[in-house]
Each structure stands twice: as structure tokens, then as C-alpha cells.
Design a protein around this ligand. Structure first.
Ligand SMILES: C=C(O[C@H]1C=CC=C(C(=O)O)[C@@H]1O)C(=O)O
Ligand SMILES: [Mg+2]
Length: 470
């Protein structure tokens, strides 16, 4: 059960304790309070002392909407190898939030889960991703929400039947009174030096060559192949510095960070998978790429070239077709523009088609995530064949790269992106990932250059300077 009552916290807790004892089931109590403006990155950093290893950061393009979580009040995870991994998370969350006594609240405040999924549970994890589950979501103990220049603090507590009233009350008092957020300045110029770099370029180029041959032999229409770059730095990597630089340098992307013990999985992705607010649904098709120009004239020229390039249009339309098919069965009034637009990020331009609709009764956000993942922008087409090809050809373990990451609440509002332009960081090491949609006209050399562009945002955010060697 869950309560977001408009009483004092003490009354809420008494009520929830009674409910927990009556039903013999834990109850989430969630207190939401509007507070003076706090810099989300300062809030994230303030969690280093109490919640290291249990933090998350999420901000939408142009920082319209930011969520920062500190501490895991509840963890839902599973290693299910089928589509059930999506469903299991939803079922457990529904069970715990079954009886909702909820008052008016702003979406994005109050009790919600943040987390993600692995790309392919059927591929073994590999050493890098060993501690990541196939699905893991957390209810934060403390969460900051910044939306429309307003700042909210949510404090959650899982109350079990045996809990003591005063201990529970203290939990809320402690976290509301002692915010301990100390402002500091992030030096975006200050760099971290690359000490060593490991690439597996030749193997990847070979895999792309093989994939194009398979596509030309009509085995498959499209497959996305990714490569990884391993970097070692002279100093430990500070996740808040990386997040800060990503926000500054990639204002048109979603910036995310999920801390899993000693590791942080973070990045700045331009690609939304699906967003649901009440019954409004928005998905985006993003595939097909070209570099930015060095002058505005050149930049515009490249953008126009992209809009009329057959190879990129083919790569893009495969995604549009699949997303349309996937959402048709669970949405009504689906709106799919006939032609793509260009979406520009700092380092790259993409073909972009937004898809809007309204969720039919009984179709949840996670059911849409399960249906969409992986879209042909990350997997290929047809889906199952593409996954088999990736397992066979790709010289890496994807872990959570290119998979859905995001949040959802007990009223089924939420948003998921695909975790590309990302990296897995631990101490002074980082593994970065970038992939390309391979179609019949793909050239391994130009696909390789495309992955270089896609690695730039993370390279720059990690090192604090442009780096061209990957
Ligand atoms: C798989 C990635 O990008 C996808 C998203 C946009 C454009 C893509 C492309 O043009 O190949 C990819 O499908 C990545 O950045 O690792
Ligand atoms: Mg491409």
C-alpha cells in the first residue's frame, strides 16, 4: 500500500503502520515538500557520504525536468531471461502500491521507481557487467525533483508491520531537516588525462563486413553492431563532473546516471524510447546519422544531405515501421509523420520522427517498453533475427548499453530512453560503447567514423577535452 496523504507525517505513519499490521505487508509512505531551489548536481554530490553506490541522476533535454535519487529504500530486481523481466517488475510494484490513498501531486514527485534493463538477457554478461541484473529498479529514500523552476523533495520509507512509530517519524525528520547540500563549483576545464586506451577496431570492422554480406544475401534487413573502448585515466573519475559536463555539452540529450555499487552507468542519450503521461504516449524514431558542419552553412548542407540520403533514410524507415507496428496494437489515434526531421546534438545530426498516440485501456508503460525493445535503432529488423546476429557477430557484451533506462510511478506515468552515448565507469576506468545501424549499403569505414562521432560526448565529458583517438 502507499499513502501520499495531505496530513502531517506522523498521521500518515500511524495510518500506514496500522495498514501494514492489518495486511501483514510493507507500506510505502511518501512525503513530498516544495523547497527552495537546490542545484540537482549539488544534491547528487551531497549523497556521497550516506548513499554512495545508491544514487541516480536523470535530466531531460534542456534540463526541463530533473530527478535525483539518493539511497535505495526498496530494490526490485530479477534475472529473468524472457520478456517476463519487464512484467515481473511491474507486478511487484503494483503489489506494493496496491491500495493508493493519494492526493494531488505533481507528476515526478512522490513514490516512483528508477532503473533499467539489460539489452539482451540471453547473452552472457561478461566480467564488466557481472553486478548488473537483467532488470533493476530502486525506490529512492530521498529524491529531488526540479520541474518548471520549482523544486520538490520527496522522502520515502518502506514501513513494515514490525516498525516502531518513533523510528519512522525520525526517518522523515532527519531527511527533511538535514539536507546537507553544500554548493560547489564544477570546473569544466579541469581535465582527466587518458593513461591507456584499448580498442578492438579490426574485429568490429570485420563484423560489419560480415553483416553487410548477410544483409545482401537477404538473411536480414538491418542489424545494429556496437563496439567498445576501454580507457584508463590517471585520476579517479568523478561521476558528478561527468554528469555536469554532459549537461553543459549535450543540452539536447537526456543525461542519466545509475549507480550500482562501485560502478556508475552514465551517458547523454538523444533517444527517447517511450514516454507516458496519463494516457498520452510519445515515442521517437532516431536512426540515420551525419556529422555536424564547421560553419552554419556547412552544417545546414549536411543536414539536407541526410534528409535525402537513401542509405540513411532506409536505416530510419525500418525503425519508423517497427515502432508504428509495435504501438498500433496498444495505442489509438497514432500519429506518425510521413517524413523525418533533423535532430542536432553537439557532435552529430540524426534523422528523427516523433510518434504520438493515446494508450488503450490496460496497456502500461512497461508493456510498451517490452514491446518496443529493442527497436531497429538498437537491435535491427526482424527483431529476433537481429538479436541472434548481434550475439554471433558483436565482439562485446552490451550489458545495459542500448537498453531501456528510466522511471515510472504508481499511476503509470513515466519515461524511458535507450542508454546509448554511454559508458560504465569504475574508479579510474571507463568502458564506452557506440553502435551503428548496418544496412545493405553500409560501408565499414564510414560506419566506423560514425561510431567515432558517437563516442565523442562521453570522451569529452570524461576527459574534459576533445579527444580524437578512438
Ligand atoms: C546505436 C547507437 O545509435 C543509434 C541511434 C541513432 C542513430 C544510429 C545510427 O545512425 O546508426 C543508431 O541506430 C549508438 O549511439 O550507440
Ligand atoms: Mg547510422
Amino acid at each position: 500500500m502507499l499513502t501520499t496523504l495531505d496530513h502531517t507525517i506522523r498521521e500518515k505513519i500511524i495510518h500506514s503502520l496500522e495498514e501494514a499490521r492489518r495486511t501483514n505487508q510493507s507500506v510505502i509512505v511518501s512525503a513530498v515538500k516544495e523547497v527552495d531551489a537546490i542545484n540537482p548536481l549539488h544534491f547528487y554530490t551531497s549523497g556521497e557520504s550516506l548513499s554512495l553506490g545508491e544514487r541516480f541522476f536523470w535530466s531531460t533535454p534542456k534540463e526541463n525536468y530533473t530527478l535525483v535519487g539518493l539511497g535505495n529504500e526498496l530494490v526490485l530486481e530479477n534475472n529473468n531471461q524472457s520478456y517476463e523481466r519487464f512484467q515481473k517488475i511491474e507486478t511487484q510494484w503494483k503489489q506494493i502500491t496496491k491500495t493508493v490513498i493519494s492526493h494531488e501531486r505533481l507528476i515526478g514527485t512522490g513514490p516512483l521507481l528508477f532503473g533499467g534493463f539489460s539489452f539482451d538477457p540471453l547473452k552472457e554478461k561478461g566480467p564488466l557487467w557481472n553486478s548488473f541484473s537483467e532488470a533493476k529498479f530502486v525506490l529512492p529514500t530521498r529524491m529531488l525533483t526540479v520541474k518548471d523552476n520549482r523544486t520538490f523533495l520527496t522522502i520515502n520509507k518502506l514501513i513494515s508491520p514490525n516498525d516502531q512509530l518513533e523510528v519512522c517519524v525520525k526517518h522523515f525528520e532527519k531527511y527533511t531537516e538535514q539536507l546537507n547540500v553544500i554548493p560547489f563549483h564544477i570546473d569544466c576545464e579541469k581535465g582527466n588525462e587518458f593513461a591507456s586506451i584499448e580498442l578492438k577496431t579490426a574485429e568490429w570492422v570485420e563484423a560489419v563486413q560480415q553483416a553487410t554480406e548477410d544483409i545482401r544475401a537477404n538473411e536480414i534487413d538491418k542489424v545494429v553492431l556496437a563496439r567498445e573502448v576501454h580507457l584508463e585515466f590517471t585520476n579517479n573519475i568523478n561521476s558528478y563532473e561527468v554528469i555536469g559536463r554532459l549537461q553543459l555539452e549535450q543540452p539536447t540529450s537526456f543525461v542519466f546516471c545509475f549507480e550500482n555499487g562501485l560502478q556508475q552507468f552514465l551517458g547523454a542519450t538523444p533517444e527517447r524510447l517511450v514516454k507516458k503521461e496519463e494516457n498520452q504516449v510519445l515515442s521517437t524514431c532516431l536512426a540515420g546519422s551525419i556529422n555536424r558542419g564547421s560553419t552554419s552553412y556547412e552544417d545546414k548542407y549536411y543536414g539536407e544531405q541526410l534528409l535525402s540520403d537513401d542509405k540513411n533514410l532506409h536505416e530510419h524507415y525500418i525503425v519508423v515501421k517497427m515502432i508504428k507496428e509495435a504501438l498500433e496494437s496498444c495505442c489509438y489515434d497514432l500519429n506518425v509523420p510521413a517524413n523525418p526531421q533533423v535532430l542536432k546534438t553537439k557532435n552529430i545530426q540524426h534523422l528523427y520522427t516523433p510518434v504520438r498516440g493515446f494508450a488503450k485501456e490496460g496497456h502500461s508503460l512497461l508493456s510498451m517498453v517490452a514491446r518496443l525493445h529493442p527497436t531497429p535503432a538498437l537491435g535491427g529488423y526482424p527483431k529476433e533475427k537481429a538479436l541472434e546476429k548481434i550475439r554471433a557477430l558483436e565482439p562485446m557484451h552490451r550489458g545495459w548499453y542500448a537498453a531501456p533506462i528510466g522511471w515510472f510511478d504508481h499511476e503509470d506515468n513515466g519515461e524511458f530512453v535507450v542508454a546509448i552515448r554511454s559508458g560504465l565507469v569504475e574508479k579510474n576506468r571507463a568502458a564506452l560503447f557506440a553502435g551503428c545501424g548496418i544496412v545493405k549499403d553500409s560501408q565499414p569505414e564510414s560506419e566506423y567514423l560514425e561510431t567515432k562521432m558517437k563516442l565523442k560526448p562521453m570522451l569529452s565529458a570524461l576527459g574534459g577535452k576533445e579527444y580524437d583517438g578512438c
